[in-house]
Design a protein around this ligand. Structure first.
Ligand code: G1P
Length: 290
């Protein structure tokens, strides 16, 4: 029996420089895809997977804005109720997280994803936990994290979401050195962070979803810098492999790389089309630009 996964870490301390000037005064994770900010998709995915505690690794500026998004806003709710705006009230209700379930900590310097996760260590006890990178938006039913937690309940260990990428793009991802692959679950004998295409051990890459054993902190504690001079989560997972088995799960769903402008715009079109009552209109209008 595995312990249940009840906590998720969101590494959201970045300044979102690729999205300036949009991110001058708001966190990148607050940029909307269709009707809601990126971070809300991540929270909804975690909730669907049974997660109850949400830990944001952020900075003081982003904390205030994220906190406001997930807190009660009595004034707004009273205003909407008074006007009989029930759909809008429902939309606001989906954002509210009980205060005691929201945790914030700060990453003071951009030292890498491993460092960001390490910053949240005090909130994780003797239990597995999830990590979601909200930039990687995944359209899936059930959600990607739910798929992973279901697998984790069966096999435990460390699990990351994976998908095949074109070989020329391996330099952007953590890549698996695959030892066994049944087409759904791949076990690995090693992981390499952002290898050049000619050195990549495979094209199976990690997407921003992890279910991790707390022992990963023992490796992160060592603060060893890896690729790009940063403390890499990939390296800590790889270092755990002798004692904690690692599997990559080929999730069912479609991933949008919202860390890039192209992926962000594509996600807006895809989610907008899903949501829109005017899908035909949107399709027709969009096709004019293709
Ligand atoms: C991070 C991880 C990388 C992973 C990627 C998924 O990289 O370090 O292993 O493949 O997320 O999006 P980043 O995109 O933060 O540079």
């Amino acid at each position: 029996m595995q312990k249940p996964v009840t906590k998720v870490i969101f590494p959201v301390a970045g300044l979102g420089t690729r999205f300036l000037p949009a991110t001058k005064a708001i966190p990148k994770e607050m940029l909307p895809i269709a009707d809601r900010p990126l971070i809300q998709y991540a929270v909804e995915e975690a909730r669907e997977a049974g997660v109850t505690d949400f830990i944001f690794v952020t900075n003081p500026r982003n904390e205030k804005i994220l906190q406001a998004h997930f807190a009660d806003n009595e004034e707004l709710e009273a205003f909407l109720a008074e006007r009989g705006k029930t759909a809008e009230l429902r939309a606001v209700a989906t954002t509210v997280i009980e205060q005691s379930r929201l945790k914030f900590c700060h990453q003071d310097a951009p030292l890498g994803l491993g460092h960001a996760v390490w910053c949240a260590r005090e909130f994780i006890k003797d239990e597995p936990f999830a990590v979601i990178l909200p930039d990687d938006l995944i359209m899936a039913h059930p959600g990607c994290l739910k798929q992973m937690i279901d697998v984790h309940a069966r096999i435990g260990g460390n699990i990351a979401a994976v998908e095949d990428v074109p070989r020329e793009l391996t330099y952007r991802y953590g890549i698996l050195d695959v030892s066994h692959d049944d087409g759904k679950l791949a076990s690995a004998r090693g992981l390499v962070e952002k290898p050049d295409p000619e050195k990549a051990p495979s094209t199976l890459s990690i997407i921003g979803r992890y279910v991790l054993d707390q022992s990963v902190f023992e490796h992160l504690d060592k603060m060893q810098a890896g690729a790009g001079g940063e403390i890499q989560l990939t390296d800590a997972i790889a270092a755990s492999m002798k004692t904690v088995p690692f599997h990559g799960l080929r999730f069912e769903g479609e991933r949008f790389d919202c860390g890039s402008m192209a992926g962000f715009v594509e996600a807006n079109a895809a989610f907008g089309l899903r949501l829109s009552l005017h899908a035909e209109y949107l399709r027709e209008r969009l096709s004019r630009h293709l």
